[in-house]
Design a protein. Structure first.
Length: 807
C-alpha cells in the first residue's frame, strides 16, 4: 500500500465509524481504524489461503491448546504484511506515533507462560513457513490476571481484555456447534444385536468460534486461530430463566485457569477441556465431510496435535464422533484416531501431569468416560502376554479411581515428543519409561523454538538495524543466517555498534523502571534478568540468596570492587500458590531494603516489575545483559525465555537443564556460565536419599547469615513469609537443592562480574549468543513437526515483497 492509500483508507474508516477527521482522532480511534484496515488487507489473503487449502486438498494440522499467548498483534501483523515501515512513516507525517497506537491494544493473554507462548510462536511460524495449520483453543472472557504489588504482596486483578472489543477476531456464528455435557448414558441393544449408546438429560451448550488470522511473514499466507466461546443455544433459552443457572453456563469460557502447574481438580476446568476439544473435533469432521473422501483417508488430510494433556480428550471425542455420529466400528475408528493424533509432553513435574477423578469425568462427560473405560480395557487386553503385569498396570489409563491423561494421550496417538533433548531423554528413561518399552517408535524430541520476528525484529529494532548493516537483512527471512555475525567477532567497530544498540534498549528500560516503580537504575550497570513464572523449581529464591550475599559483602566491605548490577525480576505466581507468593513478597521487601540503603552506593539494585506479560517481555529482553536460567537440573522441560534472551545478546548463567544444554552446545563453553548439579547428580540424591540441607547450613557460615536474614529481622516486614521460606530450606530439606548449588552459582556470578568489566570480551560473548540463536527458530521446530509428526507440506505461495514464489 502507498502512503496515500493508507491515509485515504484511514480517513474513510474514521469518518464511517467515528464521525471524525484524521486530524481530530485520538489514539484509540486511530488504533481501531488501523486495525480494521490491517484486517481488511489480510482478509483477502486469508480467504485465498483457505480456499487454496480446500482446492489443493492440502493436509492440515490442527493445534489444540488450552492456552495461546499472542500478546499484541498490531505491529506483528504490519510486519508480516510487509507494511510496517509504510504505516509508521505515514502516521509520522500526520504527527502520530505508531508506538502510541500499538499501546492501545490489550495483550491477548490467554495463557499462563511458556506453554501458551510456545503455541503462539508456533502459530506465527506455521503461517510463515507456509504450512497449513490452525490453532484451536478457548476465547476466555478474562485473560491471565493483572498483577499489582501492594505492600510487596501480589494482588490479582481481572484482565478485561475484551472490554473495548477485539479488532482482530471474526465471530463465525454459522460455524457454531453444540456440545453436550452431564446427563447419563446407557447402552441399548438394537434389533440387529448391536449396542448403541443412548444419552439422556444432557446440558447442551453452543460453541461459537471466533477466528483470528495468523498472518505469515510476507508470504501471502493467512492461517486461522479458532477460539471457542460458550453461549446458550436459542432452543434452550427457555430453560435458563434463572439468572444463576444462566451464569453457570456462560462462565464456562469466562476465565483462564491461572495455574499451569497444578491440576485444579475443578469441574469447570474439566468442562472447559471437553468443550474446546469437542467443538474443535466436530468442526474438523464437518470440514472433512465436505471433501467427500472415505474415512480411511482422514489421516491423509488431517493431523490433530494435543498440546500437553489438557486436550487429551481428543482421543475419546474423535472416537465418539467417528462411532456414534458416523457409524464406524471401534477397530476402524481406533486405527484412524491413532494415526490422526499426536501429543507433546511439556513437563515432568508430577503435579502438572493431569489426573482426573473417575467420578468427575463420569459426571461431566459420561459417554466420554465410557469410551475411556473401553480404551483402558482393550489396552490391558492387548498387552497380555506381551508385557509383564506390573508394567501393564502402571501404564493403563485407569488407576486408583483416576484417569491418567498423559496415558490416554500416549496410547491414543502415534507420536509423543518432549521439548528439549534432555527432557525427551528423561521421558524415555524415567518419567514415561514404561511407555517407551511399549511403544519405542512413538517417542521423539522436538526442541522448542521462538519466533525471531517478534523477539528480534519487533522487540529490538536497534539490534535488527545493526544486523542488517553487518550481515544484510537475509536473517529476517532465514534466522539461520544470524550465524554470519560470527565473522565480526574480532571487529571492534561491529562490537561497538552492538554495544550501542544494547545501550539504547537499556536506557529505554531504565526509563520504564523509573516510571513504573520510581527506582532509578543506571544503564551502565549489568542488567541481570530472571523472567518466568514464579515456581520453586525455577529457583528465583536462589537468585535472591545470591543478592543477599552481595548485600552482606558490600556491608562488610564498602570498597569492594563489584560491577554495578541491577537484578530484574518479572514473574506471576498462581493465585493459589502461596509459597510462590511469599517469594514475591520477600524479593520485594529485600528490594526495598537494598534500593534504599545509601551505604550500598548503588552497587546493587533490585527491581521486581509488576505484571509480567508478553509486552513487558518485549521491553525487558532486549535490554538484558545476563539471562538467569537456574532451575534445578531435570526440572525445566525446555524453557524459551533462555532462547529469546540469547537472541538479544544476553549471556546465560545456567544449570544443565532443558534447552540450556543445547544453548551451551550452540554457543560454546566460553560464551555461557554453567554451574550446579547435573540431572544425574540430582537423581542420585533421590536414589540415595542422602541430601541434608541442614548439614550444609550447619557447616557454612555464609549461608547461615543469608538464611538467618529471613527470620532475624534483617529483611523487614516478612515475619510470616521469612519463616515459611526458612523452614522450606531447612525443616523441609530444600526440595530444589538451592543450598547445594548456591556456592557454584555464586562462583559463576563472580566470573560474570569479572568478565563484564572487559567490555570487548563481554561483547564477544554477547555476539556469539546472537549469532547462534538462529538454531532456536520456531520455524525450524515447526518444520520438524511438519515433516516427522504431522506429515504436512508447505503450500505454494506468492511472496509479495519479492514477487517470487516459495515452496
Ligand atoms: O514447552 C513450553 C514450555 O512449557 C512449560 O512452560 C509448561 O507449561 N510445561 C515448561 O515449564 C517449559 O519448560 C517449556 O519451555
Amino acid at each position: 500500500m502507498t502512503k496515500e492509500e493508507i491515509k485515504k483508507e484511514l480517513r474513510q474508516r474514521l469518518r464511517d465509524t467515528y464521525a471524525l477527521e484524521l486530524e481530530d482522532a485520538g489514539p484509540v480511534e486511530l488504533f481501531y481504524s488501523l486495525g480494521g484496515l490491517v484486517k481488511a488487507v489480510s482478509n483477502e489473503k486469508w480467504q485465498k489461503t483457505w480456499k487454496n487449502y480446500l482446492t489443493e486438498g492440502q493436509k492440515q494440522v490442527y493445534y489444540f491448546s488450552i492456552e495461546f499467548l499472542p500478546g499484541k498483534l498490531l505491529k506483528s501483523n504490519l510486519l508480516n504484511l510487509g507494511i510496517l515501515d509504510e504505516v509508521r512513516t505515514t502516521l509520522a507525517d500526520i504527527n502520530v506515533d505508531l508506538e502510541e497506537l500499538a499501546n492501545v491494544e490489550k495483550d491477548m493473554a490467554l495463557g499462563n507462560g511458556g506453554l501458551g507462548r510456545l503455541a503462539s510462536c508456533f502459530m506465527d511460524s506455521i503461517a510463515s513457513c507456509g504450512l497449513p495449520g490452525n490453532g484451536n483453543g478457548i476465547r476466555y472472557d478474562y485473560g491471565l490476571f493483572k498483577q499489582q504489588f501492594m505492600d510487596g504482596y501480589q494482588v490479582e486483578l481481572p484482565d478485561e481484555w475484551l472490554k473495548r472489543g477485539n479488532v482482530w477476531e471474526i465471530r463465525r456464528e454459522s460455524k457454531a456447534c453444540d456440545v453436550h455435557l452431564f446427563g447419563n448414558v446407557y447402552m441399548k441393544r438394537l434389533a440387529n444385536g448391536k449396542l448403541e449408546p443412548v444419552e439422556e438429560n444432557q446440558t447442551t451448550v453452543r460453541a461459537v468460534p471466533y477466528d483470528t488470522g495468523m498472518i505469515g511473514y510476507q508470504n501471502g499466507i493467512v492461517n486461522t486461530m479458532r477460539l471457542w466461546s460458550v453461549e446458550i443455544p436459542v432452543s434452550e433459552e427457555a430453560k435458563y430463566h434463572n439468572l444463576g443457572e444462566r451464569r453457570t453456563i456462560e462462565d464456562l469460557t469466562a476465565v483462564l485457569y491461572p495455574d499451569d502447574s497444578q491440576e485444579s481438580g475443578r469441574l469447570v476446568r474439566l468442562a472447559q477441556e471437553y468443550f474446546f476439544v469437542s467443538a474443535g473435533i466436530q468442526s474438523i469432521i464437518r470440514y472433512y465431510k465436505k471433501l467427500n473422501l472415505p474415512w480411511h483417508s482422514l489421516s491423509e488430510k488431517i493431523a490433530i496435535h494435543i498440546n500437553d494433556t489438557h486436550p487429551a480428550m481428543c482421543v475419546p471425542e474423535l472416537m465418539r464422533v467417528l462411532m456414534d455420529e458416523n457409524g464406524l466400528n471401534w477397530e476402524f475408528a481406533w486405527d484412524i484416531t491413532v494415526k490422526v493424533l499426536s501429543y507433546t509432553n511439556h513437563t515432568i513435574m508430577a503435579e502438572a501431569l493431569e489426573k482426573w477423578p473417575v467420578y468427575l469425568m463420569k459426571r461431566v462427560v459420561p459417554r466420554i468416560y465410557q469410551i475411556i473405560e473401553e480404551i483402558d480395557r482393550r489396552y490391558v487386553m492387548s498387552m497380555q502376554g506381551i508385557h509383564p503385569q506390573d508394567l501393564i498396570q502402571r501404564t493403563r489409563l485407569l488407576q486408583n479411581d483416576q484417569i491418567y491423561m498423559a496415558h490416554l494421550a500416549i496410547i491414543g496417538s502415534h507420536s509423543t515428543n518432549g521439548v528439549a533433548k534432555i527432557h525427551s531423554d528423561l521421558l524415555k528413561t524415567i518419567v514415561l519409561h514404561d511407555f517407551y518399552v511399549v511403544y519405542p517408535e512413538r517417542f521423539n524430541n522436538k526442541t522448542n523454538g521462538i519466533a525471531e520476528r517478534r523477539w528480534m525484529q519487533l522487540a529490538n529494532e536497534p539490534l535488527s538495524d545493526v544486523m542488517d548493516e553487518l550481515i544484510t537483512d537475509s536473517w529476517r527471512k532465514a534466522p539461520q543466517n544470524l550465524k554470519l555475525l560470527m565473522n565480526y567477532q574480532n571487529d571492534e567497530i561491529a562490537l561497538k555498534k552492538l554495544r550501542e544498540a544494547k545501550l539504547v534498549k537499556k536506557e529505554e528500560l531504565a526509563s520504564y523502571i523509573l516510571e513504573t516503580t520510581g527506582i532509578q537504575v543506571s544503564p551502565n550497570a549489568i542488567f541481570d534478568v530472571q523472567i518466568k513464572r514464579l515456581h520453586a523449581y525455577k529457583r528465583q529464591l536462589m537468585n535472591l540468596l545470591h543478592i543477599l550475599k552481595l548485600y552482606f559483602d558490600i556491608k562488610d566491605n564498602p570498597e569492594i570492587d563489584l560491577t554495578p548490577r541491577v537484578f530484574i525480576f518479572g514473574a506471576k505466581a498462581a493465585p493459589s500458590y502461596s509459597y510462590a507468593k511469599s517469594i514475591i513478597k520477600v524479593i520485594n521487601e529485600a528490594a526495598d531494603m537494598i534500593n534504599n540503603d545509601a551505604s550500598l552506593q548503588d552497587k546493587i539494585k533490585v527491581v521486581f516489575l509488576p505484571n509480567y506479560n508478553v509486552s513487558l517481555a518485549e521491553k525487558i529482553i532486549p535490554a538484558a545483559d545476563v539471562s538467569e536460567q537456574i532451575s534445578l537440573a531435570s526440572k525445566e522441560a525446555s524453557g524459551t525465555s533462555n532462547m529469546k534472551l540469547m537472541l538479544n545478546g544476553a549471556v546465560t548463567i545456567a544449570t544443565l537443564d532443558g534447552a540450556n544444554i543445547e544453548i551451551k552446545d550452540a554457543v560454546g563453553d566460553d560464551n555461557i556460565y554453567i554451574f550446579g548439579l547435573t540431572e544425574k547428580e540430582v537423581y542420585n540424591y533421590y536414589e540415595n536419599q542422602d541430601y541434608s540441607s541442614q548439614k550444609i547450613y550447619d557447616e557454612d557460615e555464609e549461608l547461615q547469615r543469608i538464611l538467618d536474614a529471613f527470620i532475624d529481622g534483617t529483611i523487614p516486614n516478612i515475619e510470616f513469609e521469612g519463616q515459611e521460606i526458612y523452614d522450606s530450606l531447612l525443616k523441609f530439606n530444600d526440595e530444589y537443592f538451592l543450598l547445594r548449588d548456591f556456592h557454584d552459582y555464586a562462583r559463576a556470578q563472580e566470573q560474570i562480574d569479572h568478565d563484564y568489566k572487559d567490555a570487548v570480551l563481554w561483547q564477544k560473548k554477547s555476539l556469539a549468543n546472537i549469532a547462534n540463536a538462529g538454531g532456536f527458530s520456531a520455524d525450524e521446530t515447526v518444520k520438524a513437526y511438519a515433516e516427522d509428526i504431522w506429515q504436512i507440506e508447505p503450500i505454494f505461495a506468492h511472496t509479495e515483497k519479492e514477487g517470487t514464489t516459495n515452496g
